[in-house]
Ligand binder design. Structure first.
Ligand code: V47
Length: 378
């Protein structure tokens, strides 16, 4: 087969091998499709192995989306509903607690909680979801509410970010998930989600969370109307806050799923685009310990391949995911531990069950405990 001549990574390779940081121009150049994807992947893999050795992480987790009713109409979202729509729902306290108990019984160490901004629900409803779950299911780490919700709580209560986050932490909030980031650059953000928490607010909330000792994640929604410049800008903004606080744990590139959204005419990003995004993220975010390949939206095959293109984590077994499945994700709703471990082993990695804070989970006779912190180098 004749392949077109690809551009060499040249000086970028030398910099990465020497452990030096890439400039903005170098970072942007990595999106050029004439740069050989496999060479890029090899370089990302070097960083991945330097930081995380041969480990392939996963956790046992459950999702909870207490309501899909939302005041916002983000163009990429298939999950939201209006109050009067048949598909609109709000979970009762009993249903939420039943989910918590089911999570504990099924061995979950984490509950990932996000949802719509319901205009008739006060801040206290959202706060008490955390308080009640923490009271009745204290072993579950509650990774909950993105800056979009926190910003809404501040708006509802006229209280400061710090005040809200301190209270949520006191009642049981464990960390913040990475959602609501979408694309930070206003040229894109103003077109896809103009009303919700803006970029400065997103960063202010994560910075405050980190100052309060809460760890958090970050995401990037790619494969819609953004381009290489916007994606690079997104990664560089994250790298800057991470230099300042060190509070991010994981970066999760999220492949856009167009079905049932207002951007339905756009095709899904290809596997090649997803692998390139994984590799570029690993190379640019030199101060992030982990890059996650979220199998639910990547598809199982691409997620597994990502373990050789910079990613070190497959997220979890996952239960009750709605946001991507409403947008046409065809992945299963849950993977068994055996299945996820097999995927990691087949990729040549050693499966490690971790908790949300990347501590090794040890299980015996139906019980689990967290062992030592897994040390990430570099
Ligand atoms: O912010 C919504 C994205 C995010 C679509 O922190 C869509 O461990 C693709 O943040 N197609 C929420 N993406 C999910 C999220 C997340 C997922 C997994 C792990 C973690 C973590 C966080 O989902 C939203 C938005 O960017 N999203 N609709 C869609 N149609």
């Amino acid at each position: 087969m004749i392949r077109s001549v690809s551009k060499s990574l040249g000086p970028i390779r030398e910099k990465v091998e020497a452990g030096e940081r890439l400039s903005a121009a170098e970072a942007e150049s990595l999106w050029d499709e004439s740069i050989d994807l496999h060479e890029l992947g090899q370089l990302a893999n070097l960083v991945r192995e330097r930081k995380n050795g041969n480990r392939g992480y996963y956790n046992i987790n459950t999702h909870l989306n207490p309501t899909n009713i939302c005041i916002y109409r983000c163009t990429f979202c298939a999950f939201r509903a209006d109050l009067r729509e048949d598909r609109g729902y709000v979970m009762s306290d009993e249903q939420i607690l039943a989910r918590g108990r089911e999570a504990v019984e099924s061995g979950s160490t984490e509950m990932h909680i996000v949802g719509g901004l319901h205009h008739q629900k006060p801040y206290e409803w959202y706060r008490d979801i955390i308080a009640q779950l923490h009271e009745h299911c204290p072993s579950l780490h509650l990774k909950a509410w993105t800056p979009v919700e926190i910003n809404w709580f501040c708006h509802l209560t006229k209280r400061s970010i710090r005040d809200i986050l301190e209270e949520l932490k006191d009642v049981g909030l464990g960390s913040l998930p990475g959602g609501g980031a979408e694309i930070f650059h206003p040229e894109v953000r103003d077109k896809i989600c103009e009303h919700k928490a803006d970029t400065d607010e997103w960063f202010r909330i994560h910075r405050t969370a980190h100052e309060l000792g809460l760890r958090s994640n970050a995401t990037m929604l790619y494969g819609h109307i953004e381009n290489a410049y916007h994606r690079t800008d997104h990664l560089l903004r994250l790298r800057e806050l991470q230099d300042e606080t060190g509070g991010f744990q994981t970066f999760i590139p999220l492949a856009f799923h167009p079905e049932n959204t207002r951007l339905a005419e756009i095709g899904k990003p290809t596997a090649m685009m997803s692998l390139r995004t994984m590799a570029v993220s690993r190379l640019v975010l030199d101060n992030f310990d982990h890059i996650k390949a979220y199998w639910i939206m990547l598809g199982i095959g691409t997620a597994q391949a990502s373990l050789a293109y910079g990613a070190d984590d497959l997220d979890g077994t996952v239960r009750h995911e709605l946001i991507y499945h409403d947008a046409g994700a065809t992945t299963p709703e849950i993977l068994s531990v055996e299945h996820i471990e097999r995927l990691i082993r087949e990729a040549g990695r050693e499966p490690i069950e971790r908790d949300t804070l990347y501590r090794r989970v040890e299980r015996q006779d139906g019980q689990w405990k967290t062992g030592e912190q897994i040390v990430t180098a570099g």
